[in-house]
Design a protein around this ligand. Structure first.
Ligand code: UDP
Ligand code: MG
Length: 597
């Protein structure tokens, strides 16, 4: 009982609009736990709030409240979202939002706001212009993104080898585009046996299925991902009647009969993809999956990166740069801060830019006065480039950065990252972020170009964990451009490990590698060399378990020699090794086929 009473005292209870408006009259900061009636307020943060109130409450600038979304107009956008949300109101204006019971982040923000408020009151700094929380969130929450996603529909189309040989690919593509669909991605390649058996699962009981698999393995197929765009629902049942297994032709005839009867009415509905291809007598040379769930599963199978990019409508990637001075002095704290702000680091590369690279990257600034200083700073040591991922990452990262000029940042937005992570004596701000989606894409391509690398599943791991490892490779967004199960020759092994030639373990290593079958793969992805090494983890599995427990070596290695996987150290080394195993592969064209996330 006693503790309950305390809780009520700590947080004002806001249940209607009038109380909400009264709460906005609070001086200083009010942290509002916005909750759903059926979930109740968040208990997990109570002790943190109590501690903050004790430590920062004496000048009455810090208040806490709980508010049920139901009857309060500005909170309605949060209705039916059960994740805890904390709104920060500063002198009656909603200025910030923390999603989830993220204790460290709440703690840091409360302290920063209170300290800022105290400085303002003491006349030490000017009040920065208050930026009201963008209730842009409002619209998007109202729109129920899930529903929209269900309507956006992707279909995998496989054009079989005989049609590829007959050069029907262009005709099929023209037909698809002509019928109003969009081709989102395509690739010509010989499907793996695994992919064939998966895609044609429903035919696996048919008597000539094994011959069919052999035929599919004999030459490249052409794979398309087709988007039907935002289809209106009425087209869906029409497609579904065609899906009934084995009945396709019959159903289709019926449909045509029906269409003749209702000709006019049907005319202005877009025919399904199957209909369009059937009309041009092209359905017999390609295969389509148009059940929504199956298609999305197959999408992940054939084009893992494309599928990944569709996981949420607002998930974006942006480029962040941590410039040399900051990287030298406060690497860990800036990385910690980035994680606290909810960003996931999808790729990273530490690079000392050459002058030519810096000039190219900052080409648009070349006529500015500060250009020489920028060049000097950017080439003065390693820069850390990060691909940051989060909902609306581009705008979020930009707004966290604050003003470009460090002095302005310090005066107007002392809580911005450029102010907080300013480095004394460094002539320019220490953090960069892309401004628009286009710019983000270009900048990401600059720092994380598509690469090929050579990856090997070593013999012991191939025997015991083949499928698990291959799945993890795909999940991590690598395209397996080529794969071959083969017994590595001692010459090949010596080539892979040229750099270890003089090591005492070299003989043992070559023996082990050439003693049983391995899986050799060409992996294609942005930043493939480094990202594959990161997925492998440290050479010694004991260290991997400690520092990188999700890595392949932490999970699948037996010991340092039998450490599950191999990867090249750079693209040049990869090329030599690939030539050795696969012969002359057109590595450039593998890169060009890569579908960007
Ligand atoms: N290796 C070993 N004993 C050692 C160090 C390395 O058996 O003390 C083996 C290990 O299997 C490793 C391979 O040699 O994967 C190549 O060594 P490298 O330093 O290139 O490590 P990697 O690039 O594979 O992480
Ligand atoms: Mg190595």
């Amino acid at each position: 009982m006693a503790s309950k009473k305390k809780e009520i005292q700590l947080q004002a209870v806001v249940t209607n609009q009038a109380q909400w408006e009264e709460m906005l009259l609070n001086k200083g900061l009010t942290v509002v736990d916005v909750y759903q009636g059926w979930c109740g307020p968040c208990k997990a943060v109570m002790s943190l709030f109590r501690k903050l109130k004790n430590e920062y409450g004496e000048d009455n600038l810090l208040h806490f409240a709980v508010a049920e979304v139901e009857n309060i107009v500005p909170l309605l956008p949060f209705k039916d979202k059960c994740e805890p949300k904390f709104i920060f109101c500063l002198n009656g204006v909603m200025v910030d939002l923390v999603k989830g019971a993220n204790g460290p982040l709440l703690n840091r923000k409360v302290i920063a706001f209170i300290e800022q408020e105290r400085k303002i009151i003491a006349g030490e700094i000017l009040r920065p212009e208050l930026q009201e929380l963008v209730i842009m969130e409002e619209k998007e929450f109202e729109e129920e993104p899930e529903e929209e996603e269900a309507v956006e529909k992707y279909t995998v189309v496989i054009i079989k080898p005989d049609a590829v040989a007959l050069e029907k690919v262009d005709k099929i593509k023209e037909t698809i585009v002509g019928a109003g669909f969009n081709i989102m991605a395509e690739e010509e390649k010989t499907l793996t046996e695994e992919q064939i058996r998966d895609f044609y699962q429903s035919k696996s009981e048919e008597p000539d299925f094994e011959d069919f698999v052999t035929f599919m393995l004999s030459a490249p197929s052409h794979i398309l991902i087709v988007s039907e765009g935002k289809q209106s629902q009425h087209v869906m049942p029409y497609l579904q009647t065609l899906e009934e297994e084995g009945e396709e032709d019959k159903e289709w005839e019926m449909q045509e009969g029906e269409e003749a009867m209702h000709g006019m009415q049907k005319m202005h509905e877009k025919p399904g993809l199957k209909g369009a291809l059937e009309n041009h007598e092209l359905l017999n040379v390609c295969d389509i999956q148009d059940s929504v769930e199956e298609a999305s599963r197959q999408l992940a199978f054939f084009f893992p990166n494309f599928a990944k990019s569709k996981k949420g409508p607002d998930i974006e990637r942006t480029l962040a740069l941590i410039r040399p001075a900051l990287l030298r002095e406060r690497r860990d704290s800036i990385l910690k801060r980035i994680a606290e702000d909810g960003f996931e680091i999808a790729m990273q590369r530490e690079i000392v830019l050459t002058e030519a690279q810096a000039r190219l990257f900052y080409k648009e600034h070349e006529n500015e006065d500060y250009f020489p200083i920028l060049l000097e700073e950017m080439t003065s040591g390693p820069t850390l480039a990060l691909a940051l991922v989060q909902e609306r990452a581009i705008q979020k990262w930009r707004s966290l950065l604050g003003p470009k000029i460090v002095e302005e940042a310090k005066e107007q937005c002392p809580m911005s990252l450029r102010a907080e992570f300013a480095v004394d004596n460094a002539p320019i701000n220490q953090l960069h972020g892309s401004t628009t989606p286009d710019q983000a894409q270009r900048e990401l391509e600059f720092f994380f170009p598509v690469e090929n690398t050579l990856a090997v599943i070593k013999p012991t791991a191939l025997e015991e964990h083949k499928d698990e490892i291959i799945n993890k490779v795909k999940q991590a967004g690598f395209i397996i451009s080529e794969m071959k199960e083969t017994q590595i020759t001692p010459e090949m092994a010596a080539q892979f490990y040229k750099a270890q030639e003089n090591q005492p373990f070299f003989g043992q290593l070559v023996d082990y590698m050439s003693n049983g079958p391995s899986m050799v793969m060409i992996l294609t992805k942005e930043n493939a060399v480094e990202d594959w090494r990161k997925l492998m983890g440290p050479t010694d599995p004991e260290k991997a378990k400690e520092t990188n427990p999700d890595s392949l070596r932490a999970q699948f290695a037996k010991d340092i020699l039998r450490n599950a996987v191999h990867g090249s150290s750079n693209e040049e080394q990869a090329k030599t090794a690939i030539d050795f195993v696969f012969g002359d592969v057109d590595l450039e064209s593998l890169k060009q086929k890569y579908v960007y996330v």
